[in-house]
Design a protein around this ligand. Sequence first.
Ligand SMILES: [Fe+2]
Ligand SMILES: [Fe+2]
Length: 171
Amino acid sequence: MLSKKMQEALNDQMKWEFYSAFLYLAMAGYFLSKNLDGFANWMQVQMQEETAHAMMFFKYIDEAGGRPDVRAFDQMENEYKSVTDVFKATVEHEKLVTKRINDLMDLAVKEKDHATAQFLAWFVKEQVEEVAEPTKILEQLKLTKEQGNALMMLDRELGQRVFNPPAAAAE
Ligand SMILES: [Fe+2]
Ligand SMILES: [Fe+2]
């Protein structure tokens, strides 16, 4: 059974995962407006992943005896100066999410809520990748200096990304 505090914290994280999905879809829209369809594809896959994360929280809160409480969020940032700017924002966002997941884990441990700690362990691991992937793209972008050919090559590469539903979400 979830404590009231744990339930609220999990619901808050569910909201953050949906927020992440929206943020990345907004970034995909920005890339489409720049005719960078590959970058847009990468962000749409990112949106699908975040939606899957949010639904994992939704499902877990219910299974653990709580109430999934879905709330809207305030207006978010949707202006970017460059492709690099978008990936800087992505890396910063994922670092923030990592901190939030770690704080949630701290709370579960403090409350001796082993089931929730087990559930969160998947996210702790996932966040390592979630920071590493956009960091790598950010580094590659620096190498391209956002110049024509190199940028188009990276765009083509990112266009190959496909969504694989997280195994834990399919349980
Ligand atoms: Fe996520
Ligand atoms: Fe993420």
